[in-house]
Ligand binder design. Structure first.
Ligand SMILES: [Zn+2]
Ligand SMILES: [Zn+2]
Length: 358
């Protein structure tokens, strides 16, 4: 990506040799995530030139001198967040909040490639829209070799972000009620996370009929098409005898939808924001409900994931047929079709487009 709002180009670049704590990964498959579109559209500014893409899986080709837990040939799912292992957050078990993690990943200071001597960054410290890339060893999570990499790659962002928000951030219990606002790649994974947790009601909310059909496949018990309806929270409350849901998940990143999610929870209920709003965007809420009804509004970053723990767990569920990955993939593309994949994502035509390189 050489500039915002300009189609991506495919060209030869040089991968830098790995530092002591880095590994070179041959990318086998990578999903196109809405966050990549946000970078291209400057909604989430990341200074070009940069290789974007962050939902990847592949095979380790080379490891730095200090890397002990990986060796060439290992299959890996790539984590969008590096962990240092010794900051306040890593020490307290909140690995996804690591100081060297997402903030650094979005700062545009990590260089993996060169072209004609000029440095090229890699988004999230990954840059998966490439055949080979360089990542911090903490971002490469090894997996069993019998798991197809074109499905495993989805764990790296949409699945962990959605399922993790339910299991790790909210900790939904069996029998509870859940509403999910936005049924794209993340929202569908929130829905299947709620189903895995045994939620009794899972209310899917969207304005696109096709996405609501998909929501049913992933475990939604009710669907609400709120096209043309401004107070979607009223519809959710009506489905729960006027009480509201235990948890509402917002999977879009829109201030108005965050407000509707908050308005749809019961007394003591929790609205969980998973979608990433544009920088500088504020949200308005009836503040009295925070104390008078003890409602809360919380955020969830990357499914509050501990990737070394969560990736094997999720893949075990996939192998048992209890976590849906195949159903997330609408189309498989080659790398040179990447701009087609971006267009599909922006027009809402796909659940997930996966670029297959191997
Ligand atoms: Zn993503
Ligand atoms: Zn750390």
């Amino acid at each position: 990506m050489y500039d915002y709002n300009v189609p991506l180009t495919i060209e030869e670049v040089t991968v830098r040799p790995p530092a002591d704590n880095q590994v070179v990964v041959r990318i086998a498959a990578t999903g196109i995530c809405h966050t990549d579109v946000s970078v291209l559209r400057a909604a989430l500014p990341y200074p070009p030139p940069v290789v974007i893409g962050h939902e990847g899986a592949g095979v380790v080709e080379e490891v730095g001198r200090n890397v002990k837990h990986l060796r060439p040939g290992d299959h890996v799912v790539l984590s969008s967040i590096a962990t240092c292992g010794h900051c306040l957050y890593c020490r307290s078990g909140h690995l996804h909040l690591c100081e060297s993690g997402i903030q650094t990943a979005l700062a545009g200071e990590q260089i993996a490639f060169e072209k004609n001597g000029s440095p090229i960054a890699h988004f999230c410290g990954l840059g998966t829209f490439t055949t080979r890339t360089l990542v911090d060893a903490s971002q490469a999570i090894s997996i069993a070799k019998d798991i197809p990499l074109d499905r495993a790659c989805l764990i790296a962002c949409s699945v962990i972000t959605g399922v993790g928000a339910v299991i790790n951030t909210a900790r939904v219990c069996p029998g509870e009620t859940v509403a999910v606002f936005g049924c794209g790649g993340i929202g569908l994974n929130v829905i299947q996370g709620a189903a895995l947790c045994g939620a009794a009601r899972i209310i899917a909310v969207d304005v696109v009929a096709k996405k609501l059909e998909a929501a049913k496949i992933f475990g939604a018990t009710d669907t609400l098409n709120v096209a043309g309806i401004s107070e979607s929270s009223d519809e959710v409350r009506a489905l729960t005898s006027g009480i509201g849901v235990d948890y509402a998940f917002e999977a879009i990143g829109s201030p108005e939808v965050i407000r509707q999610a908050f308005l749809s929870v019961r007394r003591g209920g929790k609205a969980v924001v998973v979608g990433v709003a544009g920088f500088g965007v504020d949200v308005a809420l009836p503040a009295c409900l925070l104390s008078l009804e003890e409602r809360s509004l919380v955020g969830s970053l990357y499914g509050s994931a501990n990737m070394a723990r969560d990736v094997p767990r999720l893949l075990a569920l996939y192998q048992q047929g209890r976590l849906k990955l195949d159903e997330l993939i609408t189309e498989r593309l080659t790398l040179d079709q990447i701009n087609v994949g971006f267009e599909s994502m922006e027009k809402g035509r796909t659940l997930r487009s996966v670029i297959v390189l191997d």
